[in-house]
Design a protein around this ligand. Sequence first.
Ligand code: DQA
Length: 143
Amino acid sequence: SLIRILNGPNLNLLGQREPEIYGRATLADVERACRALGTDLGLDVSFDQTNHEGQIVDWVQESRGVAAGIIINPAALTHTSVAVLDALNMFDGPVIELHISQVHKRESFRQHSYVSQRADAVMAGFGVQGYELALRHMAHLLG
Ligand code: DQA
């Protein structure tokens, strides 16, 4: 089965972006690790990033009937986007929301997530290792 891993705004600069918060690994490093683990788990993994809200909406819509599950780091859209939530609400499979940083010990505006209204599981503060942990949990959910 296909698992879509979707990444929102500014995650293209992972590794350069506030490394004290997000670490030194790049998004390409994360993608490589997820693809390798996907192979081990027998899952097809697609991995995408965009800085544009509508692109995330399009990708979530296109996942309907195609992907078994979605792992999403909506980045700043987590805290702002009803559109991303609405799109996820039309997707049938498991949804895992992922944040590299521990958003609950950061600024108050990061404490609320629209996406959490839909997510079956939420991870925060596991660093980039969270992506692999989320993928393992997805394999478990899909049995
Ligand atoms: C983030 C946390 C968000 O608050 C922030 O806007 C991001 C990244 C994380 O992975 O920790 O861009 O989703």
